[in-house]
Design a protein around this ligand. Structure first.
Ligand code: ADP
Length: 466
């Protein structure tokens, strides 16, 4: 079921209550009717005995007199009495019109004839109204049967009132119980919602945060404590992993540097067979890119540990952009991409080497994605207290679904187009810009190109910089 848990609790409790109320209501109605009918039966027995006694006592009067007196004592609004012979012929009758015809059937006549009283509910009179009927044989004259009946309307009215009460009050009660149950479930689950919300906010960058632990010693308390324990283990694990990456990349730097310089020395030698030279050049290229990757990893690991140390100096983004353009001129020429630097000077206190690393990453990406005959424009300007720079290309653009993730670690929208990068370049750009207290963002239109823009606040002392 996809319904929230509080709805499920409410629905189940209301359904259970409805079943219980229906069962209880049915039982109470049946029980009440049975009790009321038993009361009527007992009154009928008393009154029948009164008639029998009256008829048997000489001088007491005729059937009419004794039965009228007896009928007045019966609970129903309409009552009747009759005297039948063994064949069911009405010899005498009094009270309601129902008594005109025999009030018991042939089978009952036989039973009563055997001396056993009969009590049953019959539909009598022209309207077929329900009557409770008692028939007994006159003692000493088994051919004569006294039948007393009283209508069950008062019983039915009482039972009906109770049934109406159940039918109207039941849904109301269920509604109140449902609302109460929903409110209770909501109140009980509110801390779970709070924990869920908080847990959803804790990203990899904020593993030091914890969910609030309720003071109650219940399951929710246990959940919060368990979740905080998990966060602590995660925090430790991630810290260990970051330390490992930092240590490993630091350790890899030296052997890579040694390999690179040894290869460079070897490549300077004359008389190297052409095949050996080609192989060494290829290995040198691989070591260069491996070295760049190790540098990237080290930069990220330091940023993660908050140790991205910036060496601040007056830096002009425009001049830096020109230098980066120069450094990438060969790459641009090889790919036939036209790279231009436009805009004004944009002076800021920043770590020039790091800022040029950002510019180099963005420009190298732009050249790569612009492709043969493409154009890249780097523009610098100052606006709203920030030195700004945008790197525009007319490449294929970035699919809308990939745009929010381009700054994520190891993200590559289309690995087939990435030039052997590990998806760390833009993450490093974001970290470096953030360390300067700035922001970087991307706008892109599929088929038309992308523009990466970053802004570094121009502040005295380069505020927010470690
Ligand atoms: P990589 O080292 O793989 O280039 P980046 O972090 O520099 O990693 O870039 C991440 C992803 O963002 C790339 O794989 C690519 O899909 C997308 N991307 C970056 N720059 C551009 C661009 N100028 N045009 C189109 N896609 C780009």
């Amino acid at each position: 079921m996809s319904l929230p848990i509080r709805f499920r609790i409410t629905i189940w409790s209301v359904a259970l209550l409805a079943v219980l109320m229906a069962a209880l209501g049915t039982f109470v109605v049946i029980r009440l009717r049975a009790d009321l009918v038993a009361g009527v039966d007992s009154t009928l027995t008393t009154r029948a005995s009164q008639i029998v006694l009256g008829l048997g006592t000489p001088g007491e009067g005729e059937f009419q007199d004794v039965s009228d007196a007896a009928l007045r004592q019966l609970p129903g609004t309409e009552s009747a009495a009759q005297l039948l012979d063994a064949r069911g012929t009405v010899l005498e009758s009094s009270g309601d019109i129902a008594a005109v015809k025999p009030m018991i059937g042939a089978d009952d006549l036989v039973t009563v004839g055997r001396g056993e009283p009969v009590t049953r509910t019959m539909a009598l009179g022209p309207d077929g109204e329900p009557f409770r009927v008692l028939a007994i044989a006159l003692p000493g004259a088994p051919q004569r049967i006294v039948v007393v009946a009283t209508s069950l309307d008062t019983v039915n009215a009482s039972v009906g009132r109770l049934r109406t009460l159940f039918l109207f009050a039941g849904p109301g009660l269920l509604l109140v119980a449902g609302l109460g149950g929903w409110w209770l479930a909501r109140a009980a689950l509110a801390p779970v919602s709070r924990i869920t919300r908080k847990a959803g906010e804790i990203g990899i960058e904020h593993l030091d945060e914890r969910v609030a632990v309720p003071t109650t010693a219940d399951e929710i308390h246990e959940l919060a404590v368990t979740m905080n324990g998990m966060l602590e283990r995660l925090e430790r694990g991630v810290a260990d992993q970051r330390r490992f990456i930092a240590d490993a990349s630091h350790e890899l730097r030296t052997p890579l540097a040694v390999m690179r310089s040894e290869l460079e020395v070897k490549l300077r030698e004359r008389g190297l067979p052409p095949e050996a030279r080609a192989t060494l050049e290829s290995v040198h290229e691989e070591i260069e890119s491996m070295g760049a990757m190790v540098e990237d990893l080290l930069t990220l690991a330091r940023a993660d540990e908050g140790q991205l140390v910036l060496t601040l100096e007056p830096t002009d983004l425009h001049a830096s952009a020109a230098r980066v353009r120069e450094a990438l001129a060969t790459v641009a020429a090889t790919s036939s991409v036209d790279v231009r630097v436009e805009g004004d000077g944009a002076a800021v206190l920043a770590d020039r080497r790091r800022i040029e690393q950002v510019l180099r990453n963005l420009t190298a990406n732009a050249i790569n994605y612009a492709g043969r005959g493409g154009h890249v424009v780097i523009t610098t300007w100052t606006e709203g207290g920030s030195a700004r720079c945008s790197v525009l290309d007319d490449g294929p653009g970035i699919p809308a679904a990939a745009r929010p993730h381009v700054f994520d670690r190891f993200f590559r929208a289309d690995p087939s187009r990435a030039r052997g990068g590990a998806g760390l370049g833009l993450t490093i750009c974001r970290e470096i810009v953030a360390a300067h207290g700035g922001r970087i963002q991307v706008t892109s239109e599929e088929g038309r190109g992308s523009t990466f823009t970053f802004a570094i606040p121009v502040r005295e002392g380069g505020g927010g910089v470690t």
